[in-house]
Design a protein around this ligand. Structure first.
Ligand SMILES: Nc1ncnc2c1ncn2[C@@H]1O[C@H](COP(=O)(O)OP(=O)(O)OP(=O)(O)O)[C@@H](O)[C@H]1O
Length: 403
């Protein structure tokens, strides 16, 4: 064999190996999606992760804080159980995952990156953080500046953009639209409205929540912005955070007094297979649940606290109605529950974080949060459906189908 022929042979061999490797990647990706969906279906739709905040230096200045939280050592509850001592009694709970005070932002995100990924596959995904004021919801969802401190929202967006780029080699093209709103005193505020200041609302805007027959949610007059990179979303998040209503209570100086809802709509199409997908990622930082007596709120703050408590109790009414399989679920009793209706009552993949504080002074609040989370964990809301459309079906009809 001549040198030329042997080189040709080598190239052919390499090409065959490359084609096989590409085939294996596609097959592995299909398997990943299938396994992930099977796991979610087996687990039911609303999953619950619990995260315990570390003691903060000003709450444990002498290192003398009494430990009220411990973790069961049994093998079956490892990483899933949490025990709380309240008024001399031990209360035990278990969830899909429990993160102790030492869990890093990275440890937390690793556990949910597959869930985030499924928004790109055409699912509706909803992740929300619930818990007492100062228990770490904003830290979990948004995080702090610095690579290691970034929370779920920036990490999810980084992953979505990175993965969407890598899927380009398989023929996928994605278009993404972001919107951000807050619900403050039962009123929706558009955090990306041009020229918006925290004290004034753009006139004439209605912000009416609507769900269509396919479970897609829109809020009228809400600003939606096309985003092409993590940097685009980061600058929108900065804009939104300036607009957010932040007040001061005795519980947490930087306490967020509103529910914050970040929505990323994802439209994907594959030129080679003709497939189209439409996914949604909802990331929600709820306002803190707190008792009126404990927060020391008066005047405007008291009104805010009452509105927050009303919408959080509407959330628990909805969850309890779903858990009991009631015919009527009172989604319309608050803006928050009506907005979340497709996530709570339908076909999306929903994960709730219950954030808890470790201090003995918060034991009562922690017990309430853990009990609520157990009810949420027991809810089965149906099977998540992927919103996808193939080219052949689009020839006959313009509607998206679920599959
Ligand atoms: N896992 C953690 N590691 C380190 N610091 C944390 C952690 N969780 C929370 N913190 C810190 O605790 C404080 C309160 O947390 P955070 O603001 O996230 O609470 P929150 O539940 O969002 O409160 P609110 O309901 O008032 O918005 C912040 O200073 C935050 O940085």
């Amino acid at each position: 064999m001549t040198g030329y022929e042997s080189q040709k042979e080598t190239i052919k061999d390499l090409e065959e190996r490359l084609a096989y490797a590409e085939f294996q990647i596609i097959e592995a990706d299909k398997l990943r999606k299938k396994l992930h969906n099977t796991i979610l279906e087996l687990k039911g739709n609303i999953r619950v992760f619990c995260r315990v905040r570390p003691f903060l230096s000003d709450t444990d200045s002498n290192g003398q804080e009494e430990a009220i939280i411990s973790y069961p050592s049994s093998v079956e509850n490892a990483g899933r159980g949490i025990d709380l001592m309240n008024q001399g009694q031990k209360c035990s709970f278990s969830y899909d995952k429990v993160f102790d005070h030492s869990a890093s932002q990275d440890d937390v995100f690793v556990e949910m990156s597959q869930l985030v990924q499924s928004a790109l596959d055409g699912y509706k995904v909803c992740i929300f953080a619930y818990g007492q004021t100062g228990s770490g919801k904003t830290y979990t969802m948004m995080g702090k500046p610095g690579r290691d401190q970034k929370g779920i929202i920036p990490r999810s967006l980084e992953q979505i953009f990175k993965t969407s780029q890598s899927l380009e080699s398989q023929g996928w093209k994605y278009c993404m639209q972001a919107s951000m709103l807050e619900i403050y005193n039962e009123t929706i505020r558009d955090l990306l409205a041009p020229g918006r200041s925290s004290s004034e609302m753009p006139g004439g805007k209605q912000y009416t929540i609507k769900h269509d027959s396919q479970g897609n949610t829109t809020v009228s007059d809400l600003t939606t912005t096309n985003v092409f990179s993590t940097a685009d979303v980061t600058s929108l998040l900065e804009k939104a955070s300036h607009s957010r209503s932040v007040g001061k209570t005795q519980m947490n100086e930087q306490s967020s007094r509103s529910h914050f809802v970040f929505t990323l709509k994802i439209f994907g199409s594959n030129e080679s297979t003709g497939q189209q997908v439409q996914g949604v990622l909802n990331l929600i930082d709820l306002a803190g649940s707190e008792r009126l007596t404990k927060s020391g709120a008066t005047g405007e703050r008291l009104k805010e606290t009452q509105a927050i408590n009303k919408s959080l109790s509407a959330l628990s009414d909805v969850i309890f109605a779903i858990a009991k399989n009631d015919d009527h679920v009172p989604f319309r009793n608050s803006k928050l529950t009506y907005l979340l209706q497709p996530c709570l009552g339908g076909d999306s993949k929903t994960l709730m974080f219950v954030n808890v504080s470790p201090e003995a002074s918060s034991a009562g609040e922690t017990l309430c949060s853990l009990r609520f989370a157990s009810r949420v964990n027991a809810c089965e809301i149906g099977v998540a459906r992927r919103q996808t459309q193939s080219k052949s079906s689009s020839d006959n009809s313009n509607r998206l189908s679920y599959g």
